[in-house]
Design a protein around this ligand. Structure first.
Ligand SMILES: CCN(C(=O)c1cnc(C)nc1NCc1ccco1)[C@H]1CCCNC1
Length: 338
């Protein structure tokens, strides 16, 4: 159905409420890839057929084979992207990429080496950056900019729904050119992006229960559809975790499951609105062999200046607040997710 004038919603898969990804095709005949639609970066990369056999993370995923695509155009420029959690190296190629039913001729990276951490845990093959062009490595025009220049979108926006329940289908949805009222209630509250060219806003505070505990003098919040959790400055998060009685172990913060119902709501103050997360929003309740484990979906992460210090609001937040990314007006809209 083309209610967004030329585009069809892309259903997303929800893996354990921590990874959300959807299908794109590259080349002709179509080679299919599962990618994270990531507002925290602005490049498209997928594993390459040419990746070294020693790159475990590479051969356990779908790989692009240029020799099998009639629409492949060679480029060969080197590429490398560094995330806080790992890195990707490869070279550039050009081919037809189809996203949400829209074909674009796109320069993307064929990854020939993927750091085992974290990509051996990735259920997705690659990443499709939905960030602004000035975030793009090698000055490559991002996919969404190529789509906007085709003037097929009713509105120059895209919207993201992430389900909170792994059993619910679809696990999420990306809409190019509009929003999907099936997945939110009420109206949107909009917040202008802090500076042109990043999906980030000014946050006015973070409160726990009724007490304003962090960012009282203002700070930056990055809205990152490609991150699983919420991250904040390590010192702030560690004192937040102490307040709720969470323990840090090698795989993150955990709380005793029978203390969950008494946990306070955590509220992010942005654009004159209060965006609260209840314990069921921010606790991942996992039934494991040795009994139930309750993971707190907050992580400490110190991002060095000038970007940092920042709070990064990832899937945990987006699952509760349906998010519209508006390139026309350089603003982000939140509505209560259904
Ligand atoms: C994609 C790289 N990212 C991850 O945080 C990340 C890493 N490794 C694994 C295995 N998964 C990740 N994200 C899963 C996910 C999908 C949707 C929501 O969260 C970040 C890097 C910084 C920019 N933003 C994206």
């Amino acid at each position: 159905d083309d209610r967004n004038n030329g585009t069809v919603p892309t259903p997303l898969t929800n893996y354990l409420d921590t990874q959300y990804f959807g299908e794109i095709s590259i080349g002709f005949p179509a080679q299919m890839f599962n990618v994270v639609f990531d507002t925290g970066s602005a490049n498209l990369w997928v594993p390459s057929q040419k990746c070294s056999p020693f790159s475990t993370a590479c051969f356990t995923h779908n790989r692009y084979d240029a020799s099998k695509s009639q629409t492949y155009v060679e480029n060969g420029t080197g590429f490398s992207i560094q995330y806080a959690s790992g890195n990707v190296r490869g070279f550039l190629s050009e081919d037809v990429v189809v996203v949400g039913g829209i074909p674009v001729v796109q320069v993307f990276a064929e990854a020939t080496s993927l750091s085992a951490m974290p990509f051996i845990f990735a259920k997705f093959d690659g990443v499709l950056g939905m960030g602004y062009p000035n975030m793009a490595i090698d000055g490559i025009t991002p996919v969404f900019d190529r789509i906007m220049s085709q003037h097929v979108l009713e509105e120059e926006v895209f919207s993201v729904y992430y389900s909170r329940d792994p059993k619910r289908s679809p696990g999420g949805e990306l809409v190019l050119g509009g929003t999907d009222p099936n997945y939110y209630t009420g109206s949107f509250n909009h917040i202008d992006t802090r500076e042109l060219g990043k999906w980030e806003v000014t946050m006015k505070g973070v409160s726990v229960g009724r007490e304003m505990m962090f960012c009282a003098e203002g700070c930056t919040a990055v809205i990152d559809t490609g991150s699983s959790y919420i991250t904040g400055p390590a010192s702030s998060v560690s004192s937040l975790m102490k307040t709720i009685g969470a323990q840090l172990d090698e795989s993150g913060y955990k709380v005793n499951c029978d203390s969950v119902k008494a946990l306070p709501r955590i509220t992010f103050h942005m654009g004159g609105q209060e965006y609260s997360l209840t314990q069921e929003d921010y606790i991942l309740w996992q039934s494991q062999i040795q009994g139930d484990v309750c993971i707190v979906t907050f992580r400490g992460l110190d991002v060095p200046p000038p970007t940092g210090p920042v709070w990064i609001l990832g899937a945990t937040f987006i699952a509760r607040y349906y998010t519209e990314f508006d390139r026309r007006n350089n603003r982000i809209g939140f509505a209560t997710a259904k």
